[in-house]
Write a protein that binds this ligand. Structure first.
Ligand code: SAM
Ligand code: DTB
Ligand code: SF4
Length: 333
């Protein structure tokens, strides 16, 4: 039998195989993931994304991790959907500050048809700036997905978040199948899927493997795979969850890279609490995108200066930019 190329995408992963990847010795796992990463990407490149909360709080869903659910008292003030012009102005500032990708997030259970024209205007305006566009607006039907695609939406973010057997522990106002249905509408409309999850929700390694197994056995691998570390929100059911161990988080990134070799793996929420060394390990393990700009939707990110210094010290550069002619000097100790 010809040995399979570990960098070639596979869709027949078993849960046991994914669990076995998690159980590899740490340096072996990271080495394998780094090797696969190099087969598809320039490991010195990192995509910079910026998020904007275009409609904050008051959400009808009861996701146990979220600051924006109306079911929990998190002290967050709710606001209405922003005007398209204000969103486009924010995207312009994000681009000027170096972002290549702009993601618009709304605290909705599902998209209402009445909001679609305004969303289409903001998406086409952001796209016209030359930014990659992404939106995360809750559940979509097939027609809505087609309309957003026609407006210029490149990616739709809709996370599976946990292993299927764990889902009802985390949210009860919708099911895993609801999530899968929206993902199928997004694919059918010809949009790229951005789908990942959260670690640090007391799921254990078997749960983390279950999430990544679900993602790796979708009809297509998500073109974009965000790995979020839970940002604990006081007042939510998961506000006191045991924080994920740093090495275990890096393992999760590495396994994501191995099971979805061609996906953009995004080091997403929770980066503010991570050391520079841990972020560097995540990049080595195959993460090739970060959110920048000081804020995710409602939770903080490292500041722009801090991020620029980190990338410079690591000799990494924004995706699509020209390589430096000489090695970037590392800051003096
Ligand atoms: N309402 C839409 C939805 O749930 O799909 C879009 C917005 S929602 C905030 C997008 C994603 O953010 C969630 O799927 C979850 O993965 C992530 N998220 C939310 N709260 C988080 C938290 N406290 N820590 C880490 N990730 C979080
Ligand atoms: C994703 O998986 N992570 C980003 C993006 N998709 C929308 C958002 C994380 C939100 C973190 C919690 C907050 O800032 O409210
Ligand atoms: Fe609403 Fe999304 Fe937050 Fe769930 S994660 S409560 S759907 S905003």
């Amino acid at each position: 039998m010809i040995p399979r190329d570990p960098a070639e995408p596979r869709f027949d992963w078993t849960r046991k195989e994914v669990e076995a990847l998690f159980d590899l010795p740490f340096t072996e796992l990271v080495f394998q993931a780094a090797s696969v990463h190099r087969a598809w990407f320039d490991p010195s490149e990192i995509q910079l994304s910026q998020l904007l909360s275009i409609k904050t709080g008051g959400c009808a869903e009861n996701c146990g991790y979220c600051s924006q659910s109306a079911h929990f008292d998190t002290g967050l003030a709710a606001s209405k959907l922003m005007e398209a012009d204000a969103v486009i102005a924010d995207a312009k500032r994000a681009k000027a500050a170096g972002a290549q990708r702009f993601c618009m997030g709304a605290a909705w259970r599902d998209l209402k048809d009445r909001d679609v024209p305004k969303l289409a205007a903001m998406i086409s305006g952001v796209k016209a700036l030359g930014l990659e566009t992404c939106a995360t607006l809750g559940m979509l039907n097939a027609d809505q997905a087609k309309t957003l695609k026609a407006a210029g939406l490149d990616y739709y973010n809709h996370n599976l978040d946990t292993a299927p057997e764990d889902y009802a522990r985390v949210v009860t106002t919708r099911t895993y199948d609801d999530r899968l249905d929206t993902l199928s509408h997004v694919r059918a409309a010809g949009m790229n899927v951005c789908c990942g999850g959260i670690v640090g929700m007391d799921e254990g390694r078997v749960g983390r493997a279950g999430l990544l197994h679900s993602l790796a056995t979708l009809p297509e691998h998500p073109q974009s795979l965000p790995v979020n570390a839970l940002v604990p929100i006081p007042g939510t059911p998961l506000g006191e969850a045991e924080p994920i161990d740093g090495l275990e988080f890096v393992r999760t990134v590495a396994v994501a890279r191995l099971v979805c070799p061609k996906s953009m793996v995004r080091l997403s929420a929770g980066r503010e609490g991570m050391s520079r060394e841990m972020q560097a390990l995540c990049f080595l393990a195959g993460a090739n995108s970060i959110f920048v700009g000081g804020k995710l939707l409602t939770t903080p990110l490292p500041g722009q200066d801090e991020d620029q210094r980190l990338l410079a010290d690591l000799g990494m550069r924004p995706m699509g930019s020209a390589p430096a002619m000489t090695a970037t000097p590392v800051q003096a100790a």
